[in-house]
Design a binder for this molecule. Structure first.
Ligand code: GLU
Length: 420
């Protein structure tokens, strides 16, 4: 299984990062092995009747990296290229994210190899419900709590909640987070990840003495995270000079009206044909001059081929795993670029998921103001911890963030001991 997982380039990347951190922490072999490998790798087949009467079998995965510090927490993605190794890597990163933020969770991730853009609403609902049924032996409010990720949203979570609750015979609100607000979702959850990215970008800019109001930003990826990051930055006075999604990339030196871009996507389904900016090559977008570059789409977009050409001052990693180890090597030499690593940068989502879960367990509701204030306090604390640790040990921000997290998890494993 080890060799099989390592064959996947994304898992190999997460494992390489872990090995570097474990070397720095001088973890003993026992703790190193127990921290590195996932506790449970679950794969199920999900047979689904399509609208045309045909039946297709999808493969669904859920990787529970560990349950040492509490239930497993992490998103479920629908994407045609999902595979077990990639899901395991994403679960490992969720693990470090939860530990860095001091949330009482282990990391998990799920994925189904379907293309949500090609499915009708009914097909998506049947896939979601059948996958949830197949997962029932392995999930629960105290075992594994899923949330939206790429290709899934609050409607997906509502179907999951309904399927699980129907099976249980009563409403179980804490079975998923990122639910619709009137179905016991949390105020502020939808915008939480993007808001957190913008908030931390602002903190990084202030460390570099760049006023947020005179800064410019490029946002690659215009889904839930990218739109809210762009909107929040623009509201603070930052000029959004470039944006992109799978349908096209656009540039406007004077600043893109983000509200109009959001409206265009709502009306047409993508950025293609957006009239308020000029088309630009998507690869070139990443290497344009800007203060903040926000990769907010898939992994691996900052690589050995473009890392040396980046012209940003802050790299805010809104996506999971956007920077390859080769690119990291280049960025290590370029200390003029301030990297906010993914496990810190995009943690706003899981932080507010934690708030949602706590509200569900207590049958209590917080206001959006309370949620956002607590979110910013938590992010600010982690940001300062990472900077302090990196400065003290002369580490990159990524290694520092992961080292704090791995140290936390390793300590708890040692304290609990090895059963039997
Ligand atoms: N999918 C999000 C992430 O990668 C959120 C996970 C959650 O809220 O549990 O962090």
């Amino acid at each position: 299984m080890r060799a099989e997982l390592l064959k996947n380039p994304v898992f190999a990347m997460a494992a390489t990062q872990f090995d570097q951190v474990a070397d720095f922490l001088e973890l003993n072999d026992e703790i190193r092995e127990r921290c590195k490998w996932p506790k449970r790798l679950i794969t199920v087949t999900v047979p689904v009747r399509h609208d045309d009467g045909s039946t297709r079998v999808y493969f669904g995965h859920r990787v529970q990296h560990h349950l040492t510090r509490g239930p497993v927490k992490g998103g479920l993605r629908f994407h045609p290229e999902v595979d077990l190794g990639e899901v395991a890597a994403l679960a490992m990163w969720m693990n470090w994210k939860c530990a860095l933020m001091d949330l009482p969770f282990g990391g998990g991730k799920g994925g189904l190899n379907c293309d949500p853009r090609l499915l009708s609403v009914g097909e998506k609902e049947r896939i979601t419900r059948r996958f949830t049924m197949e997962m029932i032996p392995f999930i629960g409010e105290s075992i594994d709590v899923m949330a939206p990720d790429m290709g899934t949203d609050e409607q997906t979570m509502a179907w999951m909640l309904d399927t699980y609750s129907t099976h249980a015979g009563h409403l179980v609100p804490g079975i998923v987070t990122g639910k619709p607000v009137n179905l016991q979702g949390s105020a502020g959850r939808t915008r939480a990840t993007g808001h957190g990215v913008a908030f931390l970008a602002g903190r990084a800019l202030s460390k570099l003495d760049i006023p947020v109001r005179s800064a410019s930003a490029v946002v690659q990826g215009f889904g839930n995270v990218g739109t809210f990051a762009a909107e929040t930055l623009a509201a603070g006075g930052t000029r959004i000079s470039g944006i992109s999604d799978v349908t096209g990339a656009f540039w406007n030196d004077k600043g893109i009206p983000v509200d109009k871009a959001i409206e265009h996507v709502r009306r047409t389904g993508g950025l293609q044909g957006f009239p308020e900016a000029d088309p630009i090559d998507p690869d070139e977008l990443l290497v344009q001059e800007c203060d903040v570059l926000i990769p907010a789409a898939t992994g691996g977009v900052i690589h050995g081929g473009n890392a040396a050409r980046l012209k940003c001052r802050v790299l805010a990693e809104a996506a999971n795993g956007p920077t390859t180890p080769e690119a990291d090597e280049v960025l290590r030499q370029r200390d003029e670029i301030f990297v906010i690593p993914d496990v810190l940068c995009n943690a706003g989502g899981v932080i507010v998921s934690y708030f949602e879960w706590v509200q569900n367990l207590q049958r209590f509701r917080w206001t959006e103001r309370e949620v956002i204030t607590r979110l910013e306090t938590q992010l600010e604390g982690a940001f300062n911890r990472v900077l302090h640790f990196a400065g003290r040990h002369q580490l990159s921000h990524r290694t520092a963030a992961q080292a704090i997290a791995v140290h936390t998890v390793g300590d708890v494993k040692a304290q609990r001991g090895l059963f039997p």
